[in-house]
Design a protein around this ligand. Sequence first.
Ligand SMILES: Cc1cc2nc3c(=O)[nH]c(=O)nc-3n(C[C@H](O)[C@H](O)[C@H](O)COP(=O)(O)OP(=O)(O)OC[C@H]3O[C@@H](n4cnc5c(N)ncnc54)[C@H](O)[C@@H]3O)c2cc1C
Length: 383
Amino acid sequence: MINNTNNIKQLLNDKPVQIAGAGPAGLAAAITLAKQGVPVQVHEARNEVGYRFQGDLQGLENWTSKQDALQWMQQNGLSTDFEKFAGYQGTVFDNKGKAYTLSSKKPFFYMLERGPGTGSLDTALLNQAADLGVEVIFNSRLKDISGPGVLAIGPKAADAIAVGYHFETDMDNGFWAICDDELAPKGYAYLLVMNGRGTVKSCMFSGFKQEQLYVKRTLAAFEKLVGLKMINPQPHGGAGNFYLPATAVHGGHPVVGEQAGFQDTLWGFGMRHAMTSGILAAQSLLTGEDYDRLWKSAFAAQMQVSIVNRVLFGLLGNFGYRYFLRLISNSADPCALLLKQYNSSGLKRLLLPWARWRYASQRKDKSCDHIDCTCVWCRCGSA
Ligand SMILES: Cc1cc2nc3c(=O)[nH]c(=O)nc-3n(C[C@H](O)[C@H](O)[C@H](O)COP(=O)(O)OP(=O)(O)OC[C@H]3O[C@@H](n4cnc5c(N)ncnc54)[C@H](O)[C@@H]3O)c2cc1C
């Protein structure tokens, strides 16, 4: 609960809090601040919200906490007024085309749309922020922040990429995935369909140079296995950055979401950490609490485990994926089984130094978190 009135008074008398980036992280911070009456300006480099996603379907994962992800959003004052599809049941294939049905009493995730569309998560958060009086300034690429601010400009390097297509379709709503290193090295290929729109991607953690080959194989596999039907396909892809920083405060400003490297390192789910860190950054501004302490106690342990999980998953190979799929599809409660994989254990703590050594983020320059950095060698120049 936010109860430090001195901090709030100071923020109310100061100039508006400046937030760089109108993604889920920046908007969650803006909404949390505006709810306390604090004036906020969000600067978005692009001409619209969610520019880099353009209708991408994504999953708000629901297995890293016992609490339901939508309930969590509501409890934290974030709008859930976006189109969604609860993924209770889906099919994952191994490299031989064997199907494993995953079904759960609790949705594995909530499928939602990203980008500037009317029913998207980004638009819901933008509308909520605007209703609370937040000023969102588009085409405004912040170069520096004076006064209180939050840095939320998204990924700074590619530790994984997801490449494929968006399309219209008459397929039924649902989700499908394939674990096969020939389609998505050390990752997974996926197909999501919601209300006449679809996304098909190869999410790879290696082999980026041959991305087109993997996309081609992914399309062929989904056509064969589930009768993928794409109408008006549009190529789309993006990068993900996973990184556990020593500190997520730079120039005195909290760094949130993927700019800080916050994301599930195992499979590349970043929306929950983005919104959580945005809320915590706002809380630290409102209360004077130490932001590093807040995010570390909220999810650093989970991120550490996800690094160990990533390294182990990357070593499984097609044979290991089959074992994993059997295990999860035979489980009476697969969400609980997944949640267990994210719990810290003696073994995972023991493996962490080795995993951190094996898993080296592409974001080499630990000190470089400037808002509009132009370093080439740490690849953080563009949004
Ligand atoms: C193809 C793909 C699929 C994904 N699927 C999933 C999924 O299924 N589930 C999941 O949880 N996560 C998924 N992710 C990850 C998820 O999208 C991100 O982790 C999440 O969007 C991060 O939110 P953010 O607010 O930190 O950054 P972003 O959403 O990237 O927002 C950052 C914003 O900052 C703006 N910006 C950049 N520079 C500046 C500047 N200097 N000044 C002002 N504004 C600036 C950008 O234009 C952008 O709008 C996926 C990512 C990709 C690429």
